[in-house]
Write a protein that binds this ligand. Sequence first.
Ligand code: FAD
Length: 296
Amino acid sequence: MPEQHIYDVAVIGCGPAGLSAAINVKVRNRDVIVLGAEVCSPPLDKAPRIDNYLGFAGIPGAMLRDKFLEHATSMGIEIRRNKVAAVIPDGDVFFITTREETILAQTVVMATGTPYRPRLKGEEEFLGRGLSYCATCDGPLYRGKDIVIIAHSPEAEIEANYMAEICRQVYFVPLFGEPQNLEEKVQVVPGQPTRVAGDNKVTSLHLEDKILTVDGVFIVGAETPPERLFPGIEMKDNHIKVDRNMQTSIPGLFAAGDCVGPPYQVAKSVGEGQVAGLSAAKFVVARRSQKGQAKI
Ligand SMILES: Cc1cc2nc3c(=O)[nH]c(=O)nc-3n(C[C@H](O)[C@H](O)[C@H](O)COP(=O)(O)OP(=O)(O)OC[C@H]3O[C@@H](n4cnc5c(N)ncnc54)[C@H](O)[C@@H]3O)c2cc1C
């Protein structure tokens, strides 16, 4: 079997921080891949106008995002719309797993945006006791049972269709707009969830105007907290801890943008992305020369 390619740098996240990191790696002539979830930069998508990004006064957020994407793709940077589930270091290589594949890279830049925090009453309390963030992983435990999927993005539709094959009843609460690709068996329940309830285990999900009696609640398509993506990563005040080179507590792992802390702003994300990208490229060169295989 041919050996799998090992990228110099893998960037997780295709918002301003991730794309800025990627173009700076490319400028330094290292090979780079960007792994981004379905929507590149949900916050920029929602920003009606940006008034404080130098040179682009009043630009709609989505337009600025599209300019960033055009810039990256015009440089030949590959952007794969694959959501990363875990990053595991093994010797000199990071294994980056997505639903579709495993990518190998020497260094990683995490640019995953504002870290997800539990938002629902009961969410933390029932985690692992009927509440899960991954239907594909925990689904088999709910065979023949009733579950609800709280869907933060369209990717949750795939998980719902899978659960419909094994569960008795699948409810789907879309928080992103109109679902387009659900199987007939999945029942859409519009509304805003307010709390997860139960005794020892989950027994229901409360919405503003109704209660769904269920055995399981799956929260799907929301951002993954960095410490779940990368177990053991050092955090500070709910953000990834970095130094001035955007180096995290793990050698070869860098981070930039909203995931490292406020102010949550485009200019700061782009600047930090640049530093992280350059640091990652430098790390690769230093390691190569240590091993006597410098490629200038
Ligand atoms: C309504 C609104 C208005 C705003 N107005 C302004 C403004 O006027 N000026 C300003 O400077 N800033 C503004 N911001 C903030 C600005 O949009 C953010 O600071 C900026 O987008 C952060 O960039 P980022 O790259 O760090 O993160 P993001 O833009 O959040 O990008 C992170 C990316 O990582 C992806 N991702 C996350 N987890 C994974 C995973 N596991 N696998 C793969 N990909 C993943 C996400 O899908 C996303 O594409 C506004 C934000 C909002 C919501």
